[in-house]
Design a protein around this ligand. Structure first.
Ligand code: FES
Length: 96
């Protein structure tokens, strides 16, 4: 499971965080990945000057626009899922 956390603080909201979350959701629905990726909102990540801030697991990402974020999200999420799949090949499913 990948956790994606999007800042919904006022600065990121103004830059399009809400719109970006909608793009993320559309992509997950289209690719049937809703059970593989958890989307969460978070309050200000203390990087308001940067852009729209969000995280894939613990890695902080910054996007200049919702479209930019959506592109990055698609690429990174698919990359993470491939990596998880490879890592799990031949292993017992872990607990928790
Ligand atoms: S509002 Fe998003 S980092 Fe501050």
């Amino acid at each position: 499971m990948i956790t994606v956390t999007v800042c919904v603080g006022s600065s990121c909201h103004i830059k399009g965080a809400r719109e970006m979350i909608d793009c993320f959701n559309d992509f997950l629905t289209k690719e049937h990945l809703q059970d593989k990726v958890e989307l969460k909102g978070a309050f200000c990540m203390d990087r308001c000057g940067e852009g729209i801030n969000w995280k894939i697991n613990d890695e902080i990402m910054t996007s200049s626009s919702a479209e930019d974020g959506a592109k990055m999200f698609q690429k990174r999420v698919l990359g993470e899922l491939n990596r998880e799949r490879r890592g799990q090949a031949g292993k017992e499913p872990s607990q928790g």
